[in-house]
Every structure is written in C-alpha cells, then in structure tokens.
Design a protein. Structure first.
Length: 298
C-alpha cells in the first residue's frame, strides 16, 4: 500500500530564482515534519528526486552514477553544480541599496529586507575548534552572533521615506529591530488617523459649500389667480401679510399696489402719498415752525 505524506512538499527548485541551499533546507524541514527524523537515505533521495523539478532532473541525469548513488553524494553534487554565481559582496550591495517604496508599509519593507538578507550570509555558522589544555585536547564549538536583525534595523533607518521618523530612530538608545518596527508602525497609524480626519473635514467643507450654493426657491404666486383659483399652498401664504412701507397697507409679499405708480405729493415713483417721506419731512418742518410761533406768542 502506498503511503501519502501528510504535508505538501516545497515548491520545485528554480535555479534562477532560488539558491539550492535555501531549497534544500526547506526540503529537509519538510522531510522531518512529514516523515520524521529516522528516515533512511534511500527514501530521502527518492523524496528529493520527486520534488526537485524537471530543470534539476535534467542536470542529475547527466551526472555519473558515482556522483548520485547516495543521498549525500547527490546533494554534494547538486551544491557544486548550483554554486553561487554571485558573491556575498554583490548580494550585500543589493541589500544596502534597498529603500522603502512609495505606499509600502513597514511590514512589507522588512519582509523584502529579510528575504534579501538570507542571500547575504550574514549568519555565520558555528565553528568547532580543537584546543589543548594541559596536554589534553578539547573540542570547543564556537557560535557567532547572528547580526541579520542588526543589519535590517540599520537599513530601515537609512531606507525609510519619512526622514523625520529616521531621525527619531537615530535618537533612540539601545534601538533593536523590534523597537524600530514598533516606532515606525506607530507613526504609520498616526498618519492614517490624521488623513482620515482631514478627509472627513474636507467632505464636510464641500457639503457646506454645496448647501450655501443651493437656491432657496419659494413657489411664486401669480397675481392673476383669484381666491377661488389659488392653490392651497398659495392661499396659506397669502394669509401671511406684512405692513408695507411703500403703500401703508398690509398685503402679501410682491403685491404692493404702489409699485410703478407716481406719488401725488412729490411725484416720486413706487410709493403712495400716505407714506411719502418728503411729505412727512415737510410736515415736521411746519409743525416745528408752528410750535416756535406758539411759544413766542405765549
């Protein structure tokens, strides 16, 4: 009975896009998770051949039998075949030239930096050394600090679009990659909220302008309409009469009988004699003279 592995294998190896060492790490992690650690070399070789893809299978078919008879020899031959064509210097130059893209958030920028950092071999593998103490040899394993996060942190400071945030990061003491990402995220969230508020204010301003420009039209009531033919709304509005300073009577707005007529006192137009300002002024003068005359005779 054929057993089916419970996990999906890694994507096929593409020499132009992925380093073989990186793909091999994914394959071995897959074998460990799907099959276990106690896997014989023959089965590991079969899993490799079934997942590596057609481009690499063509390379393997041209190898001598001695170069591919076991899993370890096949892996060694493939590593030699797909040795890095570009040096760490070139990959690090690419890394040190990376900058944040327009509209790219900090998480996406860090992902791009970390993907490129893998190609730079910043992580130095542990080293075993033999030392002699009192005539006795001892095996000492030396582990080097992985500085990948430090290089990513430094590239964030240099590559951010917002120079103000870069200055804030430079001013921080004991800045780590995690704290740098936190500061940039906080700034991004603040900028997003400010933009939302600005957009809301702009929308309110536009709405206010539209309301001001909207004409407040009221239905015009034709003077030719009789009481019997007036619409209901017009009748209601006709009841709201105002005292007119041009004729002295009360009538609905726009229906002044003095409009276009000549005053019988001053010959002026658009007002009645009863409310003529000239007549009122002259009457005041006459009253004042009569009052003075009366005072003198007394």
């Amino acid at each position: 009975m054929v057993s089916v592995l419970p996990l999906d294998p890694p994507e096929t190896f593409t020499p132009t896009a992925t380093q073989f060492a990186t793909w091999l790490d994914e394959l071995e992690n897959y074998i460990c998770a799907a099959v276990g650690t106690n896997v014989d070399a023959k089965r590991k070789k079969a899993i490799l051949l079934s997942t590596i893809g057609n481009p690499a299978k063509g390379v393997i078919s041209n190898m001598s039998e001695a170069d591919k008879d076991t899993y370890d020899r096949l892996v060694a031959s493939l590593k030699k075949q797909y040795a890095k064509h570009s040096s760490d210097v070139v990959q690090r130059h690419v890394f040190n030239s990376m900058c944040q893209l327009q509209n790219e958030d900090i998480d996406s920028f860090v992902t791009r930096l970390r993907t490129q950092a893998v190609k730079c071999n910043y992580k130095v593998p542990p080293e075993t050394r033999t030392v002699t103490i009192n005539g006795v040899q001892h095996q000492i394993e030396i582990e080097y600090k992985d500085q990948t996060d430090d290089f990513i942190r430094d590239r964030i400071i240099v590559g951010l679009l917002d120079t103000g945030t870069s200055g804030r990061l430079l001013a921080e003491k004991n800045l780590t990659l995690e704290s740098a990402i936190g500061i940039v995220k906080a700034k991004e969230m603040a900028d997003e909220q400010i933009q939302k508020i600005a957009n809301k204010q702009d929308a309110l301003a536009v709405d206010m302008v539209r309301k001001k420009k909207k004409p407040n039209k009221k239905p015009q009531i034709s003077e030719s309409l009789t009481d019997s033919s007036e619409p209901v709304e017009a009748k209601k509005k006709s009841k709201k009469k105002i005292a007119c300073k041009y004729c002295g009577n009360r009538h609905r707005k726009g229906a002044c009988p003095a409009y276009g007529r000549k005053c019988g006192y001053c010959n002026g137009r658009n007002h009645s004699e009863s409310v003529c300002f000239s007549k009122e002024r002259d009457n005041k003068k006459v009253n004042a003279v009569q009052s003075d005359y009366t005072d003198d005779t007394d």
